[in-house]
Write a protein that binds this ligand. Structure first.
Ligand SMILES: [Zn+2]
Length: 192
């Protein structure tokens, strides 16, 4: 894969010269979404986003792992802090998607996969004080309903003591059609 990408990159460099632009997002917006491979390119196309428009942050499930929600000192909050304090972001959208892999995590598949790759799930459960296999499933970020998950992440971000109270909206994008649906419009920006 590395050699393949190096060859493709060489081809790209021969055919493209990118314009130099600044690193502050033009639309002063940060989008939080999932790492799902089906969002690659489709996400930007569906929202008609250009290079330099927005900051994109991706986590598995567009979520914050349950054990990291309360202390608010997780990597998503840290990244949004950088986006807001250093890059001028003043709006955030959390965008989950339909058919997310984290909405149907099978605990047995998870632990079997870990063991097959030489990682002991029990060690993780004990060292991270997760309690049991359900705690492990929470640690990986599993959820049942993408709408509920998006609303929960929005609430964590709106109530974070380390982030200012700026508009933070919650949406879900259809992974097949690209249709975006608003499920939690921040009253701070009612007509956004
Ligand atoms: Zn996903």
């Amino acid at each position: 894969m590395l050699d393949e990408l190096l060859a493709k990159n060489e081809h790209f460099l021969q055919h493209h010269t990118l314009p130099q632009i600044g690193h502050a997002p033009r639309k002063r917006t940060a989008l939080v979404t999932c790492m799902d491979c089906r969002l690659v390119q489709m996400f930007e196309d569906a929202l008609e986003l250009e290079r330099g428009d927005v900051i994109e942050l991706r986590t598995a499930g567009a979520t914050i792992s349950t054990p990291e929600r309360t202390p608010a000192d997780n990597d998503l909050v840290r990244s949004l802090a950088g986006a807001i304090y250093l890059l001028g972001v003043r709006k955030v959208m959390v965008i989950g998607h339909t058919d997310c892999g984290l909405s149907h995590v099978d605990p047995a598949v998870l632990t079997a996969s870990m063991q097959a790759l030489g990682v002991d799930p029990q060690r993780l459960i004990e060292e991270q004080h997760l309690g049991d296999i359900n705690g492990l499933v929470h640690w990986i970020g599993a959820f049942h309903d993408v709408h509920v998950n998006v609303q929960e992440v929005v609430q964590v971000l709106r109530s974070s003591p380390y982030l200012p109270r700026i508009p933070i909206h919650g949406c879900v994008i259809d992974i097949n059609s690209g249709k975006l649906t608003v499920i939690d419009r921040d009253p701070l920006e009612a007509s956004a």
